[in-house]
Design a protein around this ligand. Structure first.
Ligand code: HEM
Length: 443
């Protein structure tokens, strides 16, 4: 971080937000604030990658490296979400992600995150369905993010980005996560859903709660508050869904779902599931990539110089950012039959975590995997969007938003300076940032 930081030491924007101390979810997990030993000192049989404290402290890279080298198909027998396998090498993650006949995403087996859904509160969504229902529903929403729609959105995204960037304080610290990353992605979501713009932060709230049931700073009332919030989201979207059914078809996501042959008769919980999928899919991921791009350019200042010398690298930099960050750290599958891998047998019914975060740092596949190299030749081969039939439906939209953000930033600012190490999510699924103070230096 640059020398200017000194002059902002007592600035309120530099006071790191307090995180509520929380109990570990499992007796084997690290206590809040505990000193986490290096991976070399850990007994592999008890290594549990789902431990939230590892994620809050950002202490997972050496664990992934050790697993890739010593135990690429790793069994964790005792964990909060139950026993599960961890797949950490690029080729192996790819093999499972493209093998949907033997590895299910279906919510009937538990869906795409580790553990079991809350009983009596199942939310079917098409990311957590197998064929043919998955493809039927996916095809219904695809037009909202198809290339012709992205052309329509581009000027709108640009003008909203410009408006936001022009409103930011200059030479004055502020939190990049809230003021830019959350705001831009929430604006985009409101546009995609054609949701009342002035109430757009509802979407941020629902998205945060959906993945934050065990986080007291997001959902202090735990499971009960989580259910109540989800029901509130459902009631709001039921109203919108019914309203769109009365109106002619438009290209927004709710209208497409309300008119789609395969979705117009969805049960309320299926509607809620798909709304949550689209909110979380479009929100947390892009938001954390936006923060990551600024953080990475500050950590690798030579890359920032490269970018200033040649802004045409931006599209490749966007892919490299998404690789380096890997906003969704893993996706879960359930084995539909016994599968042999690296001498181990994944048994029918077992939970399997495909760790995209690790695959994107696999030294067998990537040259200098831990470095952020904005002109990396094969950055687009990252696996952050998954692969196979569930590959992210919004990937081009996410790339577009990031590209526009950087084109507009380069027009205005000499430097977006990070003033302190960011605070991290305590979540093994949504890998991201909760706070990152910056200061803008105009051109
Ligand atoms: C699926 C990542 C942005 C909507 C996925 C999957 C991943 C992912 C890993 C699952 C892939 C699999 O299981 O093989 C990301 C990342 C993003 C991003 C890293 C940003 C950098 C978006 C956006 C939208 C979106 C902007 C919304 C408009 C979806 C949907 C699915 C999905 C609907 C389910 C696809 C299916 O099951 O067929 N995404 N996503 N995502 N994403 Fe994204």
């Amino acid at each position: 971080m640059a020398a200017d930081t000194v002059s902002f030491v007592n600035h309120p924007a530099l006071q790191r937000p307090k995180v509520t101390e929380r109990e570990p979810l499992h007796p084997h997990n690290y206590r809040f604030g505990a000193e986490i030993p290096p991976a070399s000192e850990v007994d592999l049989t008890t290594l549990d990658l789902i431990d939230g404290e590892l994620w809050r402290q950002g202490k997972y890279w050496d664990r992934f490296e050790r697993l890739r080298n010593e135990d690429p198909v790793h069994y964790c027998p005792d964990s909060f979400p139950g026993p599960f396998w961890s797949i950490t090498r690029y080729d192996d993650v790819m093999a499972i992600d493209t093998d949907h006949k033997r590895f299910s995403s279906s919510w009937e087996y538990g869906g795409i995150t580790l553990g079991s859904p809350i009983s009596d509160f199942e939310m079917p969504m098409f990311i957590a369905m197998d064929e043919p229902r998955h493809s039927e529903q996916r095809k219904t929403v695809q037009p909202a993010v198809a290339p012709d729609m992205l052309k329509v959105y581009e000027p709108l995204i640009r003008s909203r980005t410009q408006g936001l960037l022009d409103s930011l304080p200059v030479n004055e610290p502020f939190d990049w996560v809230d003021k830019v990353s959350v705001e831009l992605t929430t604006m985009m979501l409101a546009t995609l859903f054609d949701y009342p713009f002035e109430r757009r932060r509802d979407l941020t709230h629902w998205s945060d709660v959906a993945t934050g049931m065990h986080n007291p700073d997001i959902c202090p009332g735990g499971e009960e508050e989580w259910k109540a919030t989800m029901m509130n989201c459902l009631m709001t979207f039921m109203g919108i869904f019914q309203e769109r059914q009365q109106q002619p078809l438009k290209p927004d996501l709710m209208s497409l779902l309300a008119h789609g042959e395969k979705t117009k008769n969805m049960t309320p919980m299926e509607l809620l599931g798909n709304v949550i999928l689209l909110i979380v899919g479009g929100n947390d991921t892009t938001r954390n990539s936006m923060t990551a791009s600024v953080y990475a350019l500050n950590k690798f200042p030579k890359e920032y110089e490269k970018l200033k010398a040649d802004p045409s690298i931006i599209p490749n930099m966007v892919s490299e950012t998404i690789r380096w960050q890997t906003p969704l750290a893993y996706m879960r599958r359930t084995a539909l039959e016994d599968v042999e891998m690296h001498g181990k047998t994944i048994k029918k019914g077992d939970q399997v975590a495909m760790w995209y975060a690790s695959a994107n740092r696999d030294e067998r596949f990537w040259d200098k995997p831990n470095e952020y190299i904005i002109d990396r030749p094969e950055a687009r081969r990252h696996i952050s969007f998954g692969f196979g039939i569930h590959r992210c439906v919004g990937n081009r939209l996410a790339e577009l938003q990031l590209r526009i953000l950087w084109e507009e930033l380069m027009e205005r600012f000499e430097h977006v300076e990070v003033l302190a190490e960011p605070s991290l999510n305590q979540n093994a699924f949504v890998k991201g940032y909760t706070w990152m103070p910056v200061v803008l230096h105009p051109k």
